[in-house]
Design a protein around this ligand. Structure first.
Ligand SMILES: Cc1cc2nc3c(=O)[nH]c(=O)nc-3n(C[C@H](O)[C@H](O)[C@H](O)COP(=O)(O)OP(=O)(O)OC[C@H]3O[C@@H](n4cnc5c(N)ncnc54)[C@H](O)[C@@H]3O)c2cc1C
Length: 475
């Protein structure tokens, strides 16, 4: 156990002092907090959004349009982007991030197991979608005949409503042992002599601490990257994923979704040989808009109990930019902003209209078989928004999908744009996710190392264990 006379006295005396600052109350930050709670360390959590009981996204609650809240209620606050997420826990090491590159596969398996157990303890559902070998091989064979790679996955589905219940319980558990400050934004990371010393908040005050666990999520990635640059740390470009959200009758995909819930399919486009993939499939779900620092992009989710007749999923084209280009986030944002400029928000288009080279209109949408679940999406023309390379690759993958799930490439299928994943740049990190600055750790989606709830949670857990080990505290 830890003794007095410890190293925490090494931090500079000005400002409030803690042992650990956790930046961001998304899954990454929460799992750090859960692991550090009760350790004797003084831990403070800084979150720019509101507490879980005060989060209220108008699109989720009243099904009305996006109010462009600042910060975005969908993405910010206790629970992070995970709060209103679909709660699909992907329990496979190869999906949902790059943690494996840091920890190795065996260690990641262990972390994922621990994360899954924790979600179960807090009330996650017991259902895991993992088809038997025979069924999976059959689906894989069908996919292969259409040039599609079916990636094996195990998924536990919580559903959006259960997700928030679990987050409420986690919040209660943390109450005693971790100081949570919501509505508080970190604006500067402070470093002295190669080691982390504290953070500056938006009200100008300082928090001094020995350790920083930074999990700003995708919504904070822009700010985080600019801090990383300011501190002179090296960044690696991650691919930028840009594409559309597809919505169609759920029956069309049931031959895959009934067995796998979320079939992960990868395709290399014929014309450009670009990597295209399905992402975040929501059987019987809804499409939602999200506000990323004033930019409206599209996403989707589904409830455990409440079902629609439609399934939605993203088709994302990955591009990795090489030197001298250093602004992948700006590139993604600029494409998303074209959709916002033309449609005032998210654009929706019937696939048949896109193929015929005309925009969708309210009248044309009304004749379609699929009614958009995102009602405030504006009918428009995605060919004016997406680069030719992306559009071509998406159309080719829709054709390939149609061969295994007839009906995907129907003229009635809806495409919403744009969906952008800002995984962007990653700081150089050690095997325990420490930056080159001593005691400054970067976790979750904002650090570019994860892309989903499970790996984000696992990254927070990994770093908390490291902090405990450095302090000589048994995990
Ligand atoms: C609609 C939707 C559905 C999704 N569905 C799924 C799914 O089914 N399965 C899945 O695996 N993943 C899903 N995801 C993705 C998943 O939610 C994220 O991968 C996960 O939340 C990332 O966790 P994180 O802790 O890294 O970041 P986040 O959850 O984004 O949390 C980061 C937090 O940091 C805060 N923050 C940022 N900057 C600052 C700052 N400067 N100061 C203070 N606070 C700051 C933000 O307000 C935010 O609350 C979904 C995402 C969305 C939006």
């Amino acid at each position: 156990m830890r003794h007095s006379g410890d190293r925490r006295l090494a931090v500079r005396p000005t400002g409030e002092s803690f042992d650990v600052v956790i930046l961001g109350a998304g899954p990454a930050g929460i799992f750090s907090a859960l692991a550090l709670k009760g350790s004797g360390l003084r831990v403070v959590m800084i979150e720019k959004g509101p507490d879980i009981g005060r989060r209220s996204c108008p699109m989720q609650v009243r099904k009305s349009g996006c109010n462009q809240c600042s910060p975005c209620m969908l993405l910010c606050g206790w629970g992070g982007a995970g709060a209103y997420s679909d709660g699909k826990l992907t329990l496979t090491t190869s999906v949902g991030g790059k943690l494996q590159d840091y920890t190795g596969e065996k260690a990641l398996e262990g972390l994922i197991e621990q994360v899954d157990r924790t979600y179960l303890d807090f009330g996650a559902s017991g259902i895991v979608y993992a088809p038997d070998e025979h069924v999976f091989r059959n689906l894989q064979r069908q996919a292969a005949t259409a040039d599609l790679i079916l990636v094996p996955t195990r998924v536990r589905h919580l559903g959006t409503e259960r997700c928030t219940e679990i987050l409420h319980r986690m919040r209660e558990r943390i109450e005693d042992g971790v100081e949570v400050r919501t509505g508080t934004e970190a604006v500067e990371i402070l470093v002295d002599d190669g080691a982390f010393t504290g953070i500056r908040l938006n009200d100008g005050s300082l928090i001094r601490a020995k350790y920083l666990i930074a999990g700003p999520g995708r919504v904070g990635a822009d700010w985080f990257v600019s801090e990383i640059r300011r501190l002179g740390l090296t960044l690696t470009n991650n691919p930028v994923d840009i594409g559309v959200r597809v919505e169609l009758p759920a029956v069309v995909m049931e031959n895959f979704t009934d067995h796998l819930y979320e079939p992960k399919l990868v395709y290399y486009s014929e014309t450009f040989d670009d990597h295209v993939r399905t992402f975040c499939i929501n059987p019987y779900g809804e499409v939602v808009a999200e506000n990323s620092d004033g930019l409206l992009t599209v996403n989707g989710h589904s409830y455990a109990e409440k079902k629609t007749e439609l399934t939605n999923f993203a088709l994302l084209v990955s591009k990795t930019f090489t030197e001298p280009f250093r602004e992948p986030i700006a590139y993604g944002r600029s494409i998303a902003s074209l959709a916002n400029m033309l449609g005032g928000g998210v654009i929706v288009q019937r696939l048949g209209d896109l193929q015929a080279g005309r925009r969708s209109t309210d009248k044309r949408l009304a004749k379609g078989m699929v009614r958009p679940t995102l009602e405030q999406a504006v009918p428009g023309d995605l060919s004016l928004v997406l680069p030719y390379r992306h559009l071509r690759s998406i159309l080719e993958m829709l054709e390939a999908l149609d061969r295994v799930m007839p009906g995907v490439n129907s003229r009635h299928t809806l495409l919403y744009g744009v969906e952008v994943k800002f995984y962007s740049s990653r700081p150089e990190l050690s095997h325990v996710l420490e930056t080159k600055i001593q005691n400054f750790f970067a976790v979750g989606d904002g650090a570019g190392v994860t892309r989903g709830l499970v790996q984000a949670s696992a990254s927070g857990l990994l770093v908390a264990k490291e902090v405990l080990a450095r302090e000589g505290i048994a995990a």
